[in-house]
Each structure stands twice: as structure tokens, then as C-alpha cells.
Ligand binder design. Structure first.
Ligand code: SF4
Length: 770
């Protein structure tokens, strides 16, 4: 790589920040924010420097390895591919195709090569037992997108740059830099919101970094969000605060929604949520009367006992108060590679509950079963039991509930292969590990996160460095495995073989180029329109009136609102713009963007109505819940990125961050001591970690960050092991899921906390007692 400054997008989180990387003699000298990036405007977070640490990390695998009696041994790629395809296909031919399981981790979504290769690999593996991080995260949002807007990828995104009231429920964008809301420089954008007189309100069981910036903050008891939202709905109807004309513009069923909210007046809801009735009323009415306003919810709301219902209610409230598709409300994006449009073209808009998991009968979503069913599907004998497993860029032992059960399950498999460049808590169970190139060694394009961006933008970055060692890109690994698996399962003729070879040779960037050229900004609209008109006139002359092609061509003109946007975008054009291309602010796109059969928003999908009795049935129990029990919640940290960035010394140094935060009242009630170890226990297991007494959490709440717990045997992450922490997922039970959507309950499970006394202090206590 030439000396100088190179511009690219940071791939670590959703924010898509532009980075300027200065390289000298093949080494990274510095990583700074790219001031010329029109989207991130120079912003980066401390994690960006982690790009250098991952690139240089001596623990990163640079060639395939195989587990042997004498430890991990290098193995050639050809041998590794042969063994993996042979073992997987043999196990599947002996025990059925569903005897193989597949888990796709979150980093895949930040990697266009991996994303574009996944389909062929999934097809070749042919198993129904697929899992991903979706069911530990945004599944309820995708379900609501599918049921209400017709496509699981059609996310409504906060128009933060134009809003005057932003209500944030269960999210911490100051630490996450946006989630299902790609928003680099959230802090700066929030400041602008407040400078133009807007208000920012946060509702959370923890006074988070985001809450510290809020104009108003409300504690809410973990897992009670659907009751709060019902209370807000109740008020909106009772006080006639919705505009039926706006609400009915795109949707029906207002009356059903009103009936659903009847049993939840704020005076009832306050006893469940801990938010007083007046505040609930004010929140609802403020949203209703502020023209440019929005209600946003994230992981704290989606991953709870009623995560599906709660997320639907958030969407519904935005719709009936006229915040959907409006400036400063929730809007749909128009990205350069339009996954939503492609989904409609290919019939891949998403699906739900087409089948149910073998052991517990939980529903699939988009072809994946809930991650909380993974361990039982491996551990429960019988037809369809998983005996072989593939993980791709995932570490479910730390990132999925019941991590200890997953440890046991992976250890008992007949065969396991991991595509990963670390020997981590999950991949240490693999028989073979196939290491992909690091992110700076491959090109980068955000296929997924442009779909979630608060502004329409696009940017491509070429690989910065040649791959080190003997690594392959994710695309190469997955397509090679897919090809070999297909060859073993079916006889491939000459044609089939040639098709596979050409597909592999094409590579992700050529496919991306095709997608850009055929996308909404691809073809030059000014040039295409007259051509389409000529074709239509020609068809009128030569084709009979009844021929459907006449109608098709007559209607195929480019909508005027697209014409000015179609600028002949291609990979070459993006390469000419290393800082990225601004495609403009979010705009109104309804009803065109909807993919429902009716062409209207489905305000009250019947699946949600069917789940309402469950909420109703839980109301009495929720009212009876006392603050004496402790409810567990997670904690997002700016210097942490799920489970895989703890091997960067600069990101883990300083004070211990893996602590259990407890309110001082509970600290004294439970005999805990600030800074000393405590044992946190649940039906899933126990962990020990330091207590952090803080009024930042509400009484009755325990907060632990996730992604820690690197002290398991066999892990080869030298820095992370020295800062091991404990895994919250060892005390989160995989038995607790939202039975409607299948999302894991990561927030609101009950735990107990007791002092973890050392042997010496226990002896001293015993002697004193005697
Ligand atoms: S906010 Fe995310 S994208 Fe931006 S620098 Fe940090 S990790 Fe990278």
C-alpha cells in the first residue's frame, strides 16, 4: 500500500463513520475521522483505533488450523475445505440435512462479501437449523416491518436531523452511535436538535450516557415497556389526540387499536412501569402535538418478554400521531442498493412462523430459529438432532443466552467448523477454523446499514492492505465451501461446474457494481426516459391491444421523483469519491414504498392481537412485582463491541468495566460492598463480578454489560483473557423468550445477588459467629 492517507468506512458498528488512515511503509501511523465524509463529518469513536489493533493482532489467525490431540495445528486450505465438506456432507447423509446447524454472527452484516456469499452457502448446506444474532436483537422490528409494511427490511428510521422531539425508549445511542438508526456523530446531531429548540426525552431502567444528554429522563422497570406504550395509546384515544385523517391516510383498524388500549389507563400502568400517570399522559400528548416528532425504541424494548408487542406498539403510536413518513418523524430510506426493492423483485420479503423448532416449537423468522433454541437442539437426542455445526463470525457462547449450555452443546458435537480469525469462547470447540482476511484487507461496502441511515448516502472502500499470511476473504471461503458441498451432494455436470466457477470468479465487488448500476441511482434517468417512451410507442404500433407488454411498457416510465436522482451510479463512480456520495435527506416515500398486498400500512396485524391476552394475563403479576426482586438488564459500552473487541489493549485498559451496577439502596439491603465481588445467580447459572453502587440504575435493577467472560479454558485471546470479566449470558436463561416472536428475553429476567466472600473472610465470619 502506498504511503499517504487513505479514506474508508469504519466497519465496526452501524454508524459507518468515515476514517482517514495514514499509512507509512506498510504500517498504520494514525486513524482519524474523515472531515470530508458528508455523512459522519469527521466523527469517530475510540473503537476506530481498534481497526489498527485487529489488523496487527498477533492472536489473529492467519492460516487454517485443525484441533488435534497435541493442540491446534496448521492445515492447508485445500485440505481444510475437503475435510469440512466431507464431514458435513457425511453427517448430513447419515442423519438428515437438518443434522447440521449454522450460526451467522453480527459482523457478517458489516461485510458485503460475506453477505453476498451467504445465500449460496445456506443453499448448499440445506439445513433448516439456522440461527443468527437477529433473535437476540432486532427480530421484533423486522417482524413489525414485515407485518405492517410488507418487507422485513423496510425499517422506519428516525429523521433526527429534522425532528423537534425525540423520545428514546430502551436505547443508548450515545454508546451505540445508533442502532437500527445509522447515525454517526449522534452527540453532534443531538446538540443541533437541542439548539434548534427541540427536546430529547429518554426512558430507561438506567440513567445511561444518553440519558445524561436528555432534557427529561424517566426510569422504567425492566420489561414493562408494553404497558407504558398501552398507557400512551390509551391517552391518545381518550384525549382525542390523534388525527384520524392522518392515521387513516395509510392505514385502517384504528378502532381495534383503541379497544386494545382500553384496559390500560395511565393510573394502572404507573404501578407497573414506575412512571407516574401524569408523565405518561404528558409523553403521549407531547408526541401528538409536536408536528416534527418521533418515538424510537431499541434493544431494551425489543428483547423482553413482550418484545414483539412492544415494538409493534411503538410503530403504531408513531403512525396514529402522524409521525410516519413525515419530516422529523420516522421515514424510510432510499439507498443506492435497495434491499427492499430487490426483496420485492425476488419475492424475498421475509416470512414468519412457517415452521417451528423441533424441541420447543418456537417459530422461525426469515428461515432462522431463535438462538435460544440452539443448545437444546444440539443436546436433545432424537431425529433432527444437530450433530455438526458451522459458525461464521459469531461467538454465541458469549452473545446468546445460557452460554454454559452452549459450551456443553458445542463440546459434544460430532463435528464443528468456524469461519473466524480468533480462537474464542465458541470457536475453541471447532475441529477446524478457517480464518478470513481482516477488514482492512478487503473492500468494504455497507449493504445493510445504508438501509438504516438517517440520510441517504453511499460509499465504497477498496482493500487497504494485501491479505497477510494465508487467509481468504469470507466470500472466497463461503463460496468454496458451498461449491464443494454442492459437488458432494449432487453430481455437477460440465455446465454446473462452469456456472460455479464463474460465480466464484465474479467476486463481491462485481456483483456490487451490478447492484449499483441497476439500483435506483444507477441508470442515468435523463437518458433512460426517452428510450422507454420510444419502446412504449413502438409496442403500441406493433403489438395487439390485448398484449400485456403494451401496458407494461406504457407504465414503465420513470417516476419524476426518481429521474433527478438517477445519476449513473456505479462502482467506478464511487471509487472517484473516496469520501462518499451524499444522496440527500430522507423523504416521503409512501405509499409507493409499502409492499403490503393492500398497498396500505397494516396498523393492527392479527398476530399481534392474538398476543394481547398474554399481556393482559401478565398485568396482575406485573402489578404485584415488588422492588425487592432484582431484574437484570444489559449495558452497552462505547469501548466494547459485542464480544470481539476486547483483545485491543487500548480499548480494555483503565478501570474494570465489567461490573454489576446496583442501586445503593439494594447494595445495603443485600449486604453488598461497593467495589467488592458479588455472586449473581439465576435459573441459568452464576457469575462473580465486582459491585458498582450507583444511583444511575433504578432500585430493583442489576445492570451488567455483555460480551465479557473470556476466562474459559482454551481461549487464545491474550489481552481479553487478562481483562476477562464475566458473561451476562451465563445468567440469562435461554428458557425465557417472547413466545410470540421468539426473541430472547435479555432484559427483565430475575436474578439474586449475594456477596462473594473469599475463603478467608468466610472463615473469619465463622470464627466470629462461634
Ligand atoms: S462509531 Fe462505529 S463506525 Fe464510527 S468509529 Fe466508532 S466503531 Fe467505527
Amino acid at each position: 500500500m502506498e504511503n499517504g492517507t487513505h479514506y474508508r468506512t469504519c466497519n465496526l458498528c452501524e454508524a459507518m463513520c468515515g476514517v482517514a488512515i495514514e499509512v507509512e511503509n506498510g504500517q498504520i501511523n494514525s486513524i482519524k475521522g474523515d472531515d470530508q465524509d458528508p455523512f459522519s463529518r469527521g466523527h469517530i469513536c475510540p473503537k476506530a483505533l481498534g481497526l489498527k489493533d485487529i489488523h496487527e493482532d498477533p492472536d489473529r489467525l492467519r492460516q487454517p488450523v485443525q484441533r488435534t490431540a497435541s493442540g491446534w495445528q496448521p492445515i492447508s486450505w485445500d485440505e481444510a475445505f475437503e475435510q469440512v465438506s466431507e464431514r458435513l456432507s457425511t453427517i448430513q447423509s447419515e442423519h438428515g440435512r437438518n443434522a447440521a446447524g449454522l450460526y451467522l454472527g453480527n459482523p457478517n452484516v458489516h461485510n458485503h462479501g460475506a453477505l453476498l456469499a451467504t445465500g449460496s452457502f445456506v443453499g448448499a448446506l440445506g439445513t433448516r437449523n439456522r440461527y443468527s444474532a437477529t433473535s437476540n436483537d432486532q427480530l421484533p422490528h423486522m417482524l413489525a416491518n414485515l407485518k405492517m409494511f410488507g418487507n422485513a427490511m423496510l425499517f422506519p428510521v428516525p429523521d433526527i436531523d429534522h425532528t423537534d422531539l425525540f423520545i428514546c425508549l430502551g436505547g443508548n445511542p450515545m454508546a451505540s452511535n445508533g442502532s437500527l438508526m445509522t447515525v454517526p456523530d449522534f452527540r453532534g446531531r443531538l446538540k443541533e436538535l437541542q439548539q434548534r429548540g427541540g427536546r430529547f426525552i429518554v426512558i430507561d431502567p438506567r440513567r445511561s450516557e444518553t440519558a445524561d444528554k436528555a432534557d427529561a429522563f424517566h426510569f422504567i422497570r425492566p420489561g414493562t415497556d408494553p404497558w407504558l406504550l398501552m398507557g400512551m395509546l390509551h391517552i391518545l384515544f381518550k384525549e382525542d389526540a390523534i388525527d384520524p385523517a392522518i392515521a387513516r391516510e395509510f392505514s385502517d383498524d384504528l378502532a381495534l387499536l383503541e379497544v386494545a388500549a382500553l384496559p390500560y389507563p395511565p393510573e394502572v400502568v404507573e404501578g407497573i412501569t414506575g412512571i407516574d400517570a401524569d408523565s405518561i399522559r404528558n409523553l403521549a400528548l407531547a408526541l401528538a402535538v409536536t408536528p416534527r416528532a418521533l418515538l424510537y425504541s431499541r434493544l431494551g424494548t425489543s428483547t423482553q418478554q413482550f418484545g414483539g408487542l412492544a415494538t409493534w406498539l411503538v410503530y403504531a403510536i408513531n403512525i396514529i400521531t402522524g409521525k410516519l413518513d413525515r419530516e422529523g418523524g420516522l421515514r424510510f430510506t432510499e439507498p443506492a442498493v435497495d434491499l427492499v426493492g430487490l426483496g420485492a423483485l425476488t419475492g424475498q420479503t421475509g416470512h414468519f412462523a412457517r415452521r417451528h423448532s423441533r424441541v420447543r416449537g418456537l417459530p422461525e423468522f426469515g428461515g432462522e430459529f431463535p438462538a435460544s433454541t440452539m443448545a437444546e437442539e444440539m443436546l436433545t437426542p432424537g431425529e433432527g438432532q444437530i450433530r455438526a455445526f458451522v459458525t461464521v463470525a459469531g461467538n454465541p457462547v458469549l452473545s446468546s443466552p445460557s452460554g454454559q449450555s452452549l459450551d456443553e452443546a458445542f463440546a459434544g458435537l460430532d463435528f464443528m467448523v468456524s469461519v473466524d480469525y480468533y480462537i474464542n469462547e465458541t470457536t475453541r470447540h471447532a475441529d477446524i477454523i478457517l480464518p478470513p482476511t481482516a477488514s482492512l484487507e478487503r473492500s468494504h461496502y455497507d449493504l445493510a446499514f445504508n438501509t438504516l441511515a438517517v440520510r441517504n448516502v453511499t460509499k465504497f472502500s477498496d482493500a487497504l492492505f494485501e491479505p497477510e499470511g494465508d487467509t481468504r476473504s469470507d466470500w472466497q471461503i463461503l463460496t468454496e465451501l458451498a461449491h464443494r458441498l454442492t459437488r458432494r451432494k449432487h453430481k455437477l455436470g460440465l455446465q454446473g461446474e462452469l456456472a460455479w466457477r464463474s460465480y466464484k470468479a465474479m467476486g463481491p465487488d462485481r456483483i456490487l457494481d451490478l447492484l449499483l448500476r441497476t439500483g435506483p441511482y444507477g441508470t442515468d434517468g435523463q437518458q433512460l426516459q426517452p428510450v422507454l417512451q420510444q419502446l412504449a410507442e413502438m409496442a403500441d404500433r406493433v403489438l395487439p391491444k390485448s398484449n400485456p407488454f403494451r401496458t407494461l411498457l406504457r407504465n414503465s416510465g420513470i417516476h419524476p421523483r426518481w429521474q433527478d436522482r438517477m445519476k449513473g451510479l456505479s462502482l467506478a463512480r464511487l471509487r472517484e469519491s473516496p469520501h462518499g456520495v451524499d444522496l440527500g435527506p430522507l423523504r416521503s416515500t409512501l405509499p409507493d414504498r409499502l409492499q403490503t398486498r393492500s398497498g396500505r400500512v397494516n396498523l393492527v396485524p392479527r398476530e399481534y392481537l392474538k398476543d394481547l391476552p398474554r399481556l393482559h394475563g401478565a398485568t396482575q403479576e406485573a402489578l404485584a412485582t415488588s422492588d425487592q426482586s432484582l431484574r437484570l438488564i444489559g449495558r452497552r459500552q462505547l469501548r466494547s463491541n459485542n464480544s470481539w473487541m476486547h483483545n485491543s489493549q487500548r480499548l480494555v485498559k483503565g478501570k474494570v468495566r465489567c461490573t454489576v451496577q446496583v442501586h445503593p439502596r439494594d447494595v445495603s439491603r443485600l449486604g453488598l460492598v461497593d467495589g467488592e465481588s458479588a455472586r449473581v445467580s439465576s435459573e441459568a447459572g452464576s457469575i462473580t463480578l465486582p459491585v458498582e453502587a450507583t444511583e444511575a440504575v433504578m432500585p430493583g435493577v442489576a445492570s451488567i454489560p455483555h460480551g465479557w467472560g473470556h476466562d474459559r479454558n482454551g481461549v487464545e485471546l491474550s489481552v481479553a483473557q487478562a481483562h476477562a470479566g464475566a458473561s451476562i449470558n451465563d445468567v440469562i436463561s435461554d428458557r425465557q423468550v417472547d413466545s410470540f416472536s421468539g426473541v430472547s428475553v435479555l432484559n427483565g429476567q430475575t436474578v439474586t445477588i449475594a456477596p462473594a466472600r473469599s475463603k478467608r473472610s468466610r472463615k473469619r465470619t465463622a470464627a466470629n459467629t462461634a
